[in-house]
Design a protein around this ligand. Structure first.
Ligand code: SAH
Length: 342
């Protein structure tokens, strides 16, 4: 039996086998083929859409890779208020979105009370929708409060599961242990949890990527988001090059084979490093896309990295464009909450 069949059957490989398939392009065609088979076996040709509302680009953290880090004094900052966020949801609902993702920097302006108010207003108005938060590291009590207010999913990428690598990407005030604890707290509370990592971030090694896979095996998240690291000039990592398309696709297929049931987005970052990046991601095993529902006027300002797609005037209606892209890849967008199948 070959190594890819092994991976598919056992949903696992040894470290040295993972290293082998990560470091060569020789298995890529087979990986894509098998990952697509597994995905179609469980999710058919369905692609779930999540409406992303980037509601603040203020951030108290200073992650070295991120364009909206507090140390970037050139970033033009914005916040959306509750009514503006609800307006995004209204528009999204009409377009067929049944999941709203509120993502932002770690912005103290949004107290727990305010987040709960916003979440319960969305919950009241859209009882048939999933509400996802992606607002960083909080206390377990805060996560509980958001959950009780009506949030039911949470996205928090671990970024890298290697301690030393983590400390090269983040200031000393941040730690991998805290991030991991947040993920376990979220799971325990009852959220559907998404984690993930950047591919090709500065100093990343194959061993680091294997640690990422091992951590995800331990966590067993419902959703796994990965995308290439993309350089931003106003960060300490300005001189590093962006992550690689093929390595990212290879990892999507590997993730699909380890976690057949996972919800795996084909990310905006993937679409940014290649014009057909998101289509290729779907073909490699991803089954979710997360178009932007933020007001067009602020889209350019949520610049985690450079040249982000779908930020121009023409992108006011991402849904139509994406629908064609998804169909061209051989899949179909569905209007559904799109819970994880288990
Ligand atoms: N503040 C929230 C949301 C972060 S933004 C949190 O802490 O979870 C969402 C994701 O964008 C991050 O988790 C990170 O993986 C990714 N990201 C940040 N900067 C990036 C860059 N330069 N290139 C690619 N992805 C980046």
């Amino acid at each position: 039996m070959n190594i890819i069949e092994n991976l598919k059957n056992n949903r696992n490989l040894s470290d040295s086998e993972f290293k082998e398939i990560l470091e060569t392009n020789q298995y890529d065609d087979l990986l894509v083929k098998e990952a697509d088979k597994v995905r179609r076996g469980i999710y058919g040709d369905e692609v779930y859409i999540r409406g992303l509302i980037e509601f603040t680009n203020y951030c108290k953290n200073n992650c070295y890779y991120c364009g909206i880090r507090c140390g970037n004094t050139n970033a033009v900052r914005y916040r959306l208020d509750k009514d503006e966020i609800l307006a995004c949801c209204d528009e999204g609902y009409k377009l067929g979105f049944r999941t709203f993702v509120m993502q932002g920097g770690e912005d103290p302006h949004y107290t727990d009370k305010l987040i709960c108010e916003i979440v319960s207003s969305i919950r009241e108005r859209f009882s048939d929708c999933a509400i996802t938060l992606s607002i960083g590291e909080k206390s377990k009590q805060s996560y509980k409060d958001y959950f009780n207010a009506g949030a039911n999913r949470y996205l928090l990428r671990h970024e890298t599961a290697d301690n030393k690598h983590y400390s090269k990407l983040h200031p000393e005030s941040m730690s991998l242990d805290v991030r991991k604890q947040c993920l376990y707290d979220l799971k325990e509370i009852g959220y559907q949890v998404g984690s993930g990592f950047m591919v090709g971030s500065p100093y990343q090694t194959t061993e680091n990527l294997i640690s990422d896979l091992r951590f995800l095996q331990e966590l067993q998240p419902d959703m796994i988001g990965i995308g290439p690291y993309i350089t931003h000039a106003e960060t300490p990592f300005a001189a590093f090059k962006s992550g690689d398309l093929h390595l990212t696709l290879r990892l999507i297929s590997i993730l699909r084979l380890i976690f057949p049931y996972a919800l795996i987005p084909s990310t905006t970052a993937l679409g940014t490093i290649h014009p057909e990046g998101r289509e290729l991601g779907l073909k490699a095993g991803a089954n979710v896309v997360m178009p932007n529902l933020s007001p067009v006027s602020v889209r350019k300002l949520y610049a985690l990295y450079e040249n982000k797609i779908c930020t121009g005037e023409e992108a006011a209606q991402c849904r139509g464009c994406l629908e064609k892209r998804v169909e061209s890849a051989g899949y179909r967008i569905v209007t559904a909450v799109g819970n994880v199948k288990k």
